[in-house]
Design a protein around this ligand. Structure first.
Ligand SMILES: [Zn+2]
Length: 232
C-alpha cells in the first residue's frame, strides 16, 4: 500500500492552498491591492493592503499584508487561503486617492507628524502588550534615525520606490541579546545574509551582531581578553 504516502506528498508538494480558486487568480493580487484578509491572531476578517508577495516552490503564493488601521507590527505573511478574493480592489494609479482611501490618508502619521498634530483614531492594539506601549509611536527597538524611516502605519500607495517598500517588511525573525530572545516588530537594516537566519546573535557588550552562538562566544572571548589585557 503506497497510496497514502503519495497522497501526503501531493499535499505538501502539489496543492497550493487556494480555497478552491484557480491558483492563477492570485497572480492578479499585486502590491497595493486591498481586500479582506483573515487575521490569524484574531480569527477575524480585516481590510488589508498587499505589501509584498512571494511564491513557494510548490507554486502557492504567500502575501505580506498590512491591516488597515492597525499598527504595522501586526503586518504578517499569510497564505493565499487567508485572502477573500471577492473583496479585491486594485491599487489606484497616479497617487490620487479615491474615496475609499480617504480613511487611510488620515492614517498616515507622516503627514500628521509634519503638521504637528496627531488626530488619529486610537489604533487597534489587540495584543496584551498594550499596557507597556500605549502609544503606537514608540518602537521597542532603537530604530535607525534617517529621513527614510518608514511610517509605522502608512499605506503602500503612498510609497514611491521599492527601497521604501522593502523596509515595510519585517525581516528579522529573532535576536538574542544576553539571555533574552526578542522578536522584532519592524524592519531593521541588517545585512541580507543575516536576515535569512532564524536568529541573530548580538554581543551584549558592544552590540556587534553575529550569525551564530559559536561566533558570538568566540567574539566574547576575544572581547574579555582585550579588557583584561588593557587593565594590566
Ligand atoms: Zn562585543
Amino acid at each position: 500500500m503506497t497510496e497514502p504516502k503519495i497522497e501526503i506528498e501531493e499535499e505538501i508538494n502539489e496543492s497550493p492552498r487556494t480555497n478552491g480558486f484557480d491558483p492563477s487568480i492570485y497572480d492578479k493580487i499585486v502590491e497595493g491591492c486591498r481586500l479582506s484578509v483573515r487575521m490569524a491572531s484574531q480569527n477575524e476578517w480585516r481590510q488589508a493592503e498587499i505589501i509584498s508577495r512571494c511564491r513557494a516552490p510548490n507554486g502557492s503564493m504567500k502575501f505580506y499584508v498590512h491591516y488597515v488601521d492597525c499598527n504595522r507590527r501586526l503586518d504578517e505573511w499569510v497564505q493565499a487561503d487567508m485572502l477573500d478574493i471577492t473583496t479585491l480592489r486594485m491599487p489606484q494609479k497616479g497617487g490620487k486617492k479615491g474615496a475609499h482611501l480617504k480613511e487611510e490618508s488620515r492614517d498616515s502619521n507622516e503627514t500628521d507628524a509634519k503638521r504637528g498634530g496627531r488626530k488619529r483614531k486610537i489604533p487597534l492594539v489587540p495584543m496584551d502588550d498594550m499596557k507597556q506601549e500605549p502609544s503606537d509611536m514608540a518602537p521597542p527597538m532603537p530604530t535607525v534615525s534617517s529621513g527614510s524611516t518608514p511610517s509605522l502605519r502608512g499605506s503602500m500607495s503612498m510609497v514611491g520606490h521599492s527601497e521604501d517598500a522593502m523596509t515595510r517588511i519585517r525581516n528579522v525573525e529573532c535576536i538574542e541579546l544576553g539571555r533574552s530572545r526578542i522578536q522584532p516588530w519592524y524592519f531593521s537594516p541588517y545585512p541580507q545574509q543575516l536576515t535569512s537566519l532564524d536568529c541573530i546573535y548580538i554581543c551584549e557588550f558592544c552590540l556587534k551582531y553575529l550569525k551564530s552562538k559559536t561566533t558570538l562566544k568566540r567574539h566574547m572571548v576575544g572581547f574579555i581578553t582585550d579588557i583584561s589585557l588593557n587593565k594590566t
